[in-house]
Design a protein around this ligand. Sequence first.
Ligand code: FES
Length: 567
Amino acid sequence: MTDGHGIRRGLTNYGDRAFAQYLRNSFARSMGLSKEMLDKPIVGVVSTYSGFNNCHRDAPALVEAVSRGVLAAGALPLPFPTISLGEVFLNPTSMAYRNLMAMDTEEMIRAQPMDAVVLIGGCDKTVPAQIMGAISAGVPAVQLVTGPMSTGRHRGERLGACTDCRRFWARYRAGEIDGAEIAAVEGRLATTAGTCAVMGTASTMACIAETLGLALPGSAAIPAVHADRLVAAERSGAAAVDLIRRPIRPAEIVTEKSIENALRVLMAVSGSTNAVVHLAAIAGRVGVTISRERFNAISDETPVLVDLKPVGEGYMEDFHAAGGVDAVLREIRHLLHLDTVDVLGETLGARLARPLEWVDRKVIRPFAEPVSPVGGLIALEGNLAPDGAILKRAAATPALFETEGRAVVFEDLEDLARRIDDPALDVAADDVLVLKNAGPVAAGMPEAGYLPIPKKLAQKGVKDMLRISDARMSGTAFGTIVLHVAPESAVGGPLAAARSGDRIRLSVRDKRLDLLVDEATIAARLAAAPRPQPPTRGYRALYARTVQQASAGCDFDFLAGAGTEQG
Ligand code: FES
């Protein structure tokens, strides 16, 4: 090992380098590591096990398997913790902490003496946070995901978090099932280690990590409980050691071309709307901007090929058995940039030149026989969303694609909770539900965009309505739901001007979202609109002061942009 590598990297600053090295060696040996071990290159292994993160229940076994791979390849594995974000355990929303985890990841990779790193993530915000942090840290990195859950069973039916969570909850709200049955379902939705069992945000980000080239080929969809997940972990450790000998940094893997490839896969798998925000943030870390025009062009050119929930039928375990990301990439090969490289140093073209053993066409369709001829997501703009909004058209009701309706406006999340089920609420099935003040600055952008159908309409059988907000939506949800409206209402976006009784028009054909109120009236209403008071202390104050809008990925303004230097 040469000076400046392994245990000799980035010495603690005592003003005496030799003393710092001597002290570090001495303390490292207190962990029972021999001099020979300490002389090896070091691979940091990011352990995100947490008692507050069910999706990372298998992280300790993965750390062990990664470490085995690192050791066998001739380096020293050193596991270390970072923040872990368990989606359903965080208040007000995990999204508010993605950037904190990205900062933690970046700084701990940079501050500690490692030559490469394996990032073990899985639950929704963890993988984008780790990728963002690793890009900015500038140390060779391999992403390993914890893998999707396997399905449970309820009265002979397969269940998977969390599309079925929502489906059963909607049935309960509509009075179709009783309290005893929803209680039984509660224990059958999430029954193994791993991330949500459908093509939600975690699975989408896993597919994106593999497509970008940061995760090993074939690793995205291996179920959490499958032996092959441990094998992928072992290989990820070995790959990290190889990256020390042949350094390729994350910013050389995540490029404009690999980001476009990831957008193609996002469309083909009909992935989560949240991935749009995360990819924008990841792209921002390498100085790339995803324009709405390019996004929509990619969507219009790339069919949905994967038949999985929340839009279709299957679960992630089916996707893996069907051929996974490998099979999808081969179907859209002619649309991809084939000269991108992955953590193994292989180009995408070389990877895809190898034939696949078998593909289950029920789950992953041929390009010529898609689930849908166009991609699952589109970017909208109009006077209600000058900086854009997102609609998952694959999860929407086609009859609502060209809609004009009367707005029923909720001022914020509390107002929504207070009035949505009020029997006196003036609402009809063809109205448009609007939620304000749920954007990044106002509320940390929670997954509140899936506004519930008002109970009195749900009980009459109404299943979908046009819903609009500056919030996000769970990747496992479905409906005609316009999200990520930017600028958000709390910073003076036109959404703040919407009032109950206004007319709103959505056109999927024209990719527009408009408030049918004259511009002078909108301006006057915005001038008079109250602005929420931002928090004044701690992380939440930093967040409110520096978070960018959804169109820029909600990254902090001082973290975005190419480069690895610390300011
Ligand atoms: Fe962790 Fe869904 S709650 S992936």
